[in-house]
Design a protein around this ligand. Structure first.
Ligand SMILES: Nc1ncnc2c1ncn2[C@@H]1O[C@H](COP(=O)(O)OP(=O)(O)O)[C@@H](O)[C@H]1O
Ligand SMILES: [Mg+2]
Length: 509
């Protein structure tokens, strides 16, 4: 059988970022299969698919669709060839209905003067045909993300896509939505559609894909049958070395309460309560995980705890002392550390060098400061130690940090925040955007800090991360605790229901 897609020796250089995003990449995708395209952030996956979809011209290389060489210079060419693409960031019109979005751009040339009702009927018929029910008259802005994604998929199917590219479709979904999407993808493949499924979650690859192709650093590393490839094998293809995926952590030995929120309410930037009457405790030597779909008050909560946002009510205690109105600096002096969500905007100052970034919160410490003068040699020694201890690749004392990779920047943040053995660490999305190897490193560092007695508050939208690191988990939904669960015994299903807003009744969602 001919392949649905063949890419031959595709090369793409981006002068603006000086990056060779695709370096002589070839890929064969068989008709009717789910083909996972995996790789760390920046590996070149989106670029390769954007080339296939006509969004970027390749510098060189050939594209074959169903055995015929084609020129794809615009998405219209791709659509004509039966290729559809659902991007990571949806391109729907928020104020339009589902039907209007799906039919957008199709009405005049293909259907003449199409009545609204026909439009809705068409969409209903399409949705039923593919088992993807939607309400054609609902407006996009009122829909959960999973439903918006479904609309994007229907939109591609309406344009008769035979080859569907999904770029990291599960990154924004709850576990239930992920499960539904994977079922939809399998179902489309069974009806003969070809699916290229970009992800970096290897469990999903196992669940849904027939073959996988791995990219690393702009190159194609190889293609394998999923059935014959273990998850650790996939991970080491991605990273280029063996990766330990299972964190062998010992049971926690919780001590005294180090941090507590009592009835805390926090407003978002527009003054609407984002965190409502929240109470919880974190003990020394434990990881408390806060699970939840992004946007349920996590950002405001972390900002309030770290001292960056005022609270409207309730109090916060650090080792039994009230700190509700303390500044960021005072909280730090008590032993609070913060690994922020945005390591570039808040975590690091890219304009200063590695040494200054490492000691920024400690410049008053006697070892770095003599009567107001920074002691450069001590800073440099501290930088050298940090580089070694945290294996910060491509860094040197006094060196630039703007050129480091995301993983190495995060190691700089960790080295700074975990130095001096903080009593309480807030880790907010600590592995967002990192490759598997760096994720492993960050996880180990957090557990090591826990085992030295720190209380850790882990906030993450990655459920796998919450489940593998946390000793206890609370689920945040619309700024309130939907439930507390034991990560050892709770199922993905149960926690997913809580994330979607179901309350616990008698210990079960
Ligand atoms: N439009 C662009 N302009 C400049 N550089 C880009 C552009 N798109 C991607 N890149 C760079 O190309 C590399 C590969 O990016 P991408 O294809 O998005 O990777 P992936 O999807 O695997 O995470 C990255 O280093 C990225 O910064
Ligand atoms: Mg991408």
């Amino acid at each position: 059988m001919t392949n649905a897609v063949e890419l031959r020796n595709i090369t793409k250089f981006f002068p603006s970022s000086n990056v060779l995003a695709n370096n002589n990449v070839s890929l064969d995708v068989r008709q009717g299969e789910v083909h996972a395209l995996v790789g760390e952030n920046g590996a070149g996956k989106t670029t390769l698919m954007n080339i296939l979809y006509g969004l970027h011209p390749p510098d060189s290389g050939q594209i074959f669709v169903n055995g015929t060489e084609v020129q794809v210079t615009h998405p219209d060419d791709a659509i004509r060839l039966g290729i559809g693409m659902v991007h990571q960031h949806f391109k729907l019109v928020q104020s339009f209905t589902i039907a209007e979005n799906i039919m957008l751009g199709m009405e005049p040339n293909r259907y003449g003067l199409l009545q609204k009702r026909d439009e809705a009927d068409q969409v209903r018929e399409l949705a039923n045909r593919f088992g993807l029910p939607v309400d054609p008259n609902a407006r996009i802005k009122d829909l959960p993300v999973g439903m918006q994604q479904r609309v994007e998929i229907l939109k591609a199917l309406q344009r008769e896509a035979q080859i569907l590219i999904l770029d990291e479709p599960t990154a924004v979904l709850t576990p239930q939505e992920v499960k539904e999407l994977l079922a939809v993808v399998r179902n489309l493949a069974e009806r003969g559609r070809t699916i290229i499924f970009i992800t970096h979650k290897l469990v999903e690859v196992k669940d849904v894909a027939d073959q996988l192709s791995v990219m690393r650093g702009g190159k194609m590393i190889g293609t394998r049958n999923v059935a014959d490839t273990s998850i650790p094998e996939m991970a080491s293809m991605m990273v280029g070395r063996p990766v330990l995926l299972d964190l062998d952590k010992k049971p926690a030995k919780p001590g005294k309460v180090v941090f507590a929120c009592e009835d805390v309410t926090v407003s978002d930037t527009s003054g609407i309560p984002a965190v409502r009457h929240l109470s919880f405790e974190v003990r020394e030597g434990e990881v408390l995980g806060i699970a939840g779909v992004s946007g349920n008050g996590q950002t405001e909560l972390v900002e309030a705890i770290s001292g960056m946002r005022p609270v409207d009510g309730g109090q916060m205690l650090f080792s039994d002392q009230p700190i509700t109105h303390d500044s960021v600096g005072r909280r730090r002096n008590r032993g609070m550390a913060h690994i922020p969500e945005d390591r570039i905007k808040i975590g690091l100052n890219l304009e200063t060098n590695l040494d200054e970034n490492l000691i920024v919160s400690r410049y008053k410490w006697p070892e770095f400061n003599r009567m107001g003068f920074l002691i450069r040699s001590a800073m440099s020694r501290f930088a050298a130690d940090s580089i070694k201890q945290f294996s910060i690749a491509a860094a040197r004392p006094g060196g630039e940090i703007a050129t480091l990779s995301g993983g190495n920047m995060q190691k700089v943040v960790l080295a700074r925040e975990l130095a001096g053995d903080p009593k309480f660490v807030i880790a907010n999305q600590p592995t967002r955007g990192l490759d598997v190897g760096s994720i492993e490193f960050v996880h180990r560092a957090l557990i090591a800090a826990r085992d030295k007695g720190a209380g850790i508050l882990l906030v993450s939208v990655e459920l796998d991360e919450i489940m593998s690191l946390s000793d206890r988990v609370i689920v945040l939904y619309r700024g309130e605790i939907a439930g507390e669960v034991d990560p050892q015994t709770v199922t993905q299903e149960e926690i997913g229901l809580l994330m979607g807003g179901s309350k616990l009744v008698a210990g079960k969602p």
